[in-house]
Design a protein around this ligand. Structure first.
Ligand SMILES: [Zn+2]
Ligand SMILES: [Zn+2]
Length: 118
């Protein structure tokens, strides 16, 4: 009986050849009325049963912050590490209001970051 379950084209109950999946979402064995979902029959993952916890997506905020350093106007500033021109200009508000804004320059070539306090 074990050989029946290896090939999904055969009924695991009686070994009869199963019909090809049609418009219905179930494949039914014509001999013993065994039936399996088409998604399982074709060996593909059943999307509806794979439920990701949407709460975990909020933990991606750290990656978003790193991406932000590569978004902004590119200026002709020369990177002091790789000596190529082209750095992204962006500012970041410091936590304390007294410190004001700090200007960051991120090299588009080597991602070296320089900062200037304004
Ligand atoms: Zn069968
Ligand atoms: Zn550089």
């Amino acid at each position: 009986m074990s050989c029946f379950s290896v090939d999904p084209n055969f009924c695991p109950e009686c070994g009869n050849v199963l019909p090809l999946p049609g418009v219905q979402d179930m494949v039914r064995c014509p001999r013993c009325s065994f039936s399996i979902p088409v998604s399982e029959f074709s060996g593909q993952e059943v999307k509806s049963t794979v439920v990701f916890n949407p709460v975990e997506q909020s933990t991606l905020s750290l990656e978003d912050e790193e991406d932000a350093e590569l978004k902004g106007p590119v200026i002709d500033r020369r990177c002091s590490r790789c000596n190529k021109e082209g750095m992204i200009y962006h500012t970041r508000q410091m936590r304390s209001a007294d410190e004001g804004q700090t200007v960051f320059f991120t090299c588009i070539h080597c991602r070296y970051q320089e900062k200037e306090d304004s």
